[in-house]
Design a protein around this ligand. Structure first.
Ligand code: 5AD
Length: 347
């Protein structure tokens, strides 16, 4: 197993058969070894600095009905909300004062949050914070709309492909959604010039090792600037309520594989990982992650943005908890960086 890890570090790629062996034969010792290798690569590229991104959950209204997601249209049991432009700007102001230089506007595909409205909000943030990066994570839009947001001042876009395999995609999403469409969006985003993020849930229902290999190879081709990897966690009001969570170990293994294949990528230790294990964030960083995304949303709305059960939004997951986060990171030898942290090809 060690030989494949060394080869992966050196050549930044493996054959499908080698990946298969790594994914199926990874015991505790192998995991420790690959996590260490990936941590070294991250340290070499970024030093002991962890970038922070302020996450603003702008709306939990969504026209989609993804089977895994708690804010799916078909869930009648959540209180829906949508932040006003003023409220979003307020979050940015507070975030800026705390040291955030990237704002991530994330939300469901909310038809009432019109393209004009988003465009205006982006333009306002761009005007008020010329030194900050603006990241959008608002789902699938047409190329024209992505272009408008980009011209208004957005720099980055997060859109996980969730799974590359068509039939697995259909297991996770209703018939009106398509994996092809998702991939087209990602191609458009890259082409327009966004720093683009994609990724998958680890351990989603029906996911096989073969699917994961397809995902790894897709991401290798796409070369996204950001890679989001978190465990699937069930939500009690979804069709997948009874499925088991993804595991910490599998998530850490994939984080490390992606770090070794993409040394300069921005890879967050996700909220989902921190929700699954109390020390998830730290373990993510020790496996090669270099970004954390504390929650800047208004406190009243946070619990309503429940993608999965018991989603963490307090303590070190929150912008108010930056001191706590700083302490957690210090304890493992890392520091928060308040730099904007753009993707650099050869940092
Ligand atoms: N478990 C883990 N991650 C989830 N997401 C949505 N629902 C869940 C869940 N139940 C992730 C998806 C989406 C991102 C915003 O959150 O991957 O792209």
């Amino acid at each position: 197993m060690k030989q494949w890890i060394d080869k992966l570090r050196q050549e930044r790629t493996l054959r499908p058969e080698e990946l298969r062996q790594l994914l199926t034969g990874c015991d505790a010792e192998t995991l420790r070894y690959i996590n260490k290798q990936a941590q070294e690569v991250a340290l070499r590229h970024f030093g002991n600095k962890i970038y922070i991104r302020g996450l603003i959950e702008v709306s939990n209204c969504c026209r989609n009905n993804c089977y895994y997601c708690g804010i799916r249209k078909g869930n009648p049991n959540i209180e829906r909300y949508r932040l006003s432009q003023e409220s979003i700007l307020d979050c940015c102001r507070q975030g800026y004062e705390s040291g955030f230089r990237t704002f991530v506007l994330q939300g469901g595909e909310d038809t009432a949050l019109t393209d004009e409205r988003i465009e205006m909000t982006v333009a306002r943030i761009r005007q008020d914070y010329p030194d900050c990066a603006i990241t959008l994570s608002l789902g699938e839009k047409s190329r024209e709309v992505y272009e408008r947001f980009f011209r208004a001042g957005a720099n980055r876009y997060l859109l996980r492909h969730e799974t590359y395999n068509e039939s697995h995609y259909r297991q996770l999403h209703p018939a009106e959604m398509s994996g092809k469409q998702r991939l087209q969006c990602l191609a458009d985003l890259k082409d327009i010039g966004y720093q683009t993020g994609t990724g998958i849930m680890v351990g989603s229902p029906g996911q096989t090792v073969e699917h994961i290999i397809e995902d790894i190879r897709f991401i290798e081709k796409l070369r996204p600037e950001m890679i989001g990897i978190g465990p699937f966690l069930p939500h009690h009001d979804t069709p997948f309520a009874q499925y088991p969570s993804g595991t910490v170990e599998r998530t850490l293994l994939l984080l490390s594989i992606f770090r070794l294949m993409h040394p300069s990528a921005l890879i967050p230790a996700t909220t989902a990982l921190a929700t699954l294990a109390p020390d998830g964030r730290e373990r993510g960083i020790l496996a090669g992650a270099n970004v954390v995304m504390p929650n800047l949303s208004p406190r009243e709305e946070r619990k309503k943005y429940e993608l999965y059960n018991d989603k963490a939004s307090l303590g070190a997951e929150s912008a108010e908890g930056l001191d706590a986060l700083q302490k957690q990171l210090n304890a493992i030898g890392y520091e928060i960086s308040t730099e904007r942290g753009d993707f650099k090809c050869n940092p």
